[in-house]
Design a protein around this ligand. Structure first.
Ligand code: SF4
Length: 456
């Protein structure tokens, strides 16, 4: 008999028998699923429980099964299918032995906000163009100072500097807005360990201690083993390592955590499922649900620093921010001790043939960051070198607590001359200052730049 947590399994419910019936109703050929359920049932038998390894391997299969049900109809599920995904979620959790949590409900919450257009008064107030932007910035700066400043003042406010290290620009996806997309004719490259270490040496000489490993989505080339190997190599040299890669399974995230990854960044790009489908027509990234639940899987795997974001330009920024804020709150509610980072990358130049339908000007970008600060006074707000030097300096004074500097967005880019690199980069870098220049500017503006994420 499969036992589920009392909080999620109504008393008296004969879960296993009931589940078998449910599986038969959902599957035309249920034999394989029923066999797996039998294996799960014996693994959870309290009289002779299976080894942790066995349980986790079954948890991985159940997780895959759940997403197969979800993806089968592009997220439009019948009542039986929804119920099955809920039960598989709980079954996976029990097998996995992770900290108990309520069933996943992110998508239902996002759908409610979207369909009922539920507003968030504080957020809308920051975005309202009738309100003076100077006042909005001042309020956000005050909130930032209160958490990150010295005794609540801007003087000595902490800003973490980090460097992206691009491992690979191979990608099987077709994201219309991205230079790495499969159909874009560009030089492809993937770093092996010696080249990663060469890049790391350059970044280390520039004082970086916090490295974000970035890669396109290519399950065969950028495999879990490859990623874990690179994380292990970098963290083993006493760097703090985050990853910005394809969504992984819970087991995949656990392997990365064991290899030394301490943060996962996974931007949803757009939370609107229809727009999402239009911008991601083919490839693994077309699976909205797999992506949107990625941060939860990372949290279930024990990762406590999560980065969320939207790509400004793809959708209505007010609607997207509402969803992003809801996502952040949902995660904070469910995972005590979670440290959230949020970012708002903005499309400046897209590959030929793609025009972002929503143009976001500088003031709207600033207001959007202020809205995030208002919603999450203690979260890290992150800014890349996509934006110009002057706008980055302005946003640092308002609310940014983590920024990259002197970045390259192509694999091997730190070692090569700029002209070699342009043809392989994901997006152009607009803040072209060196790391020393960015660092010096932060100090002259009264900040305390950090190289390690202490307390951030
Ligand atoms: S956005 Fe990511 S997944 Fe999409 S094409 Fe670019 S690298 Fe690939």
């Amino acid at each position: 008999m499969v036992h589920l947590m009392a909080t999620t399994n109504p008393p008296g419910l004969a879960f296993e028998d009931d589940l078998q019936e449910l599986i038969r109703r959902v599957n035309d050929h249920p034999e394989v699923r029923l066999r797996l359920l039998g294996e799960v049932s014996s693994a959870l038998d309290v009289a002779s429980p299976a080894s942790e390894e066995r349980r986790r391997s079954l948890a991985e299969k159940v997780e895959r099964w759940r997403y197969q049900v979800i993806n089968h109809r592009g997220g439009r599920l019948s009542e039986d299918q929804s119920e099955l995904t809920r039960r598989l979620d709980l079954l996976e959790l029990e097998l996995d032995g992770s900290r108990p949590r309520p069933p996943r409900s992110l998508q239902a919450q996002l759908a409610t906000i979207r369909e009922r257009k539920i507003e968030d008064a504080a957020l809308e107030a920051c975005l309202d163009p009738r309100r003076r932007i100077e006042d909005v910035e001042r309020e956000a700066a005050g909130l930032t100072d209160a958490t990150f400043g010295e005794r609540g003042s801007t003087a000595g406010r902490r800003i973490l500097l980090y460097a992206p290290l691009y491992l690979s620009n191979h990608c099987i996806n077709h994201c219309l807005y991205c230079g790495f997309r499969y159909s874009n004719p560009m030089a492809r490259d993937q770093l092996d360990l010696p080249r990663v270490l060469d890049e790391l040496e350059i970044l280390g000489r520039r004082d970086f201690r916090h490295i974000l490993l970035v890669a396109g989505e290519h399950p065969a080339m950028v495999s879990g083993e490859y990623l874990a190997g690179m994380v292990r190599a970098v963290s083993g040299r006493h760097y703090h390592v985050g990853v910005e890669i394809a969504p992984q399974s819970t087991a995949g995230y656990r392997k990365l955590a064991e290899a030394g990854a301490t943060s996962v960044t996974l931007y949803q790009e757009t939370y609107d499922p229809e727009r999402y489908a239009a911008y991601h027509p083919r490839g693994t990234k077309a699976w909205y649900d797999w992506r949107v639940e990625g941060p939860e899987r990372a949290a279930d795997a024990g990762i406590r620093r999560l980065g969320l974001g939207i790509l400004l330009g793809l959708g209505d920024h007010v609607e997207e921010l509402r969803a992003l804020v809801a996502h952040g709150r949902y995660l904070l509610d469910r995972y005590p001790g979670l440290k959230l980072s949020l970012s708002l990358p903005r499309i400046h130049e897209a590959p030929q043939g793609f025009q972002p339908p929503f143009l976001i000007d500088d003031d709207t970008l600033v207001r959007s960051y202020c809205a995030l600060r208002k919603a999450f006074p203690t979260a890290n707000l992150v800014l890349s070198t996509r934006e110009s030097a002057s706008l980055r300096d302005r946003l640092a004074r308002v609310c940014i607590t983590q920024m990259s500097a002197g970045s390259s967005t192509s694999p091997g880019g730190y070692q090569e001359a700029e002209c070699d690199v342009e043809s392989r980069q994901q997006f152009p870098v607009h803040d072209q200052r060196t790391v020393e220049e960015v660092h010096a500017r932060l100090i002259s503006d009264g900040f305390r730049p950090l190289w390690e994420p202490e307390g951030l």
